[in-house]
Design a protein around this ligand. Sequence first.
Ligand SMILES: Cc1cc2nc3c(=O)[nH]c(=O)nc-3n(C[C@H](O)[C@H](O)[C@H](O)COP(=O)(O)O)c2cc1C
Length: 209
Amino acid sequence: MFLPIYRQDFTREKKAEEIMDSMEKIQYGGSFLLAPVPVVLVGCAHEELGKNLITIAWTGVDCSDPMMLHISVRPSRYSYRMIRESGCFTVNIPSADILEAVDYCGIVSGSKVDKFEKCGLTAVDGLKVSAPLVKECPINLECEVKDVIELGLHHMFIGTVVEKHVRKRCMSPKGTIDPEKVGFISYVHGEYWSLGSRLERAGFSMGSR
Ligand SMILES: Cc1cc2nc3c(=O)[nH]c(=O)nc-3n(C[C@H](O)[C@H](O)[C@H](O)COP(=O)(O)O)c2cc1C
């Protein structure tokens, strides 16, 4: 069992300023600091409500085997019921050339407009799930909902990745994904950023391949 550690004893409180000064940092009271994070277009479908897209930044990888990821969605979103009741969703990784559509799908609700039509995006049937894939996104992941954790303002859908698609021209001759050809978008403190340049391969510090 884990016990929470509270650093609220008087000695530490008195020392807080000293510690902050020594690190040349401030105690930040603003929004979430975990950035950059991916920004994705999540596709969903529902027998009564039709198909929809929602822009999601609260997402991430959770397990390699079986492959699992999560998306965190507010219950107030139109997409929420669609994902909850259909038990599936797709994660479509956009490139910078459809940034305006990504932003639009994160501002306007599918209860008011058909976002596929409005953004000129093409819905393609998933191979394994009933949620739509976005053709214009270079990478698509089909997911089955394994669990829903009601965390608070957001509910976390944990999805098992049951199928993956990558645009042919985004593959390198070595059979890996070429990040430059994908054109990844990151979400950083309320703004969209592209990737910078390549630094090194993982494991380089040990000289491993
Ligand atoms: C960059 C960006 C990231 C977002 N990330 C999330 C998120 O992680 N979870 C969420 O519930 N809403 C998020 N939103 C808000 C929804 O995308 C937005 O409310 C959308 O219009 C909901 O669509 P729907 O009502 O059709 O489901 C984000 C919006 C933007 C612009």
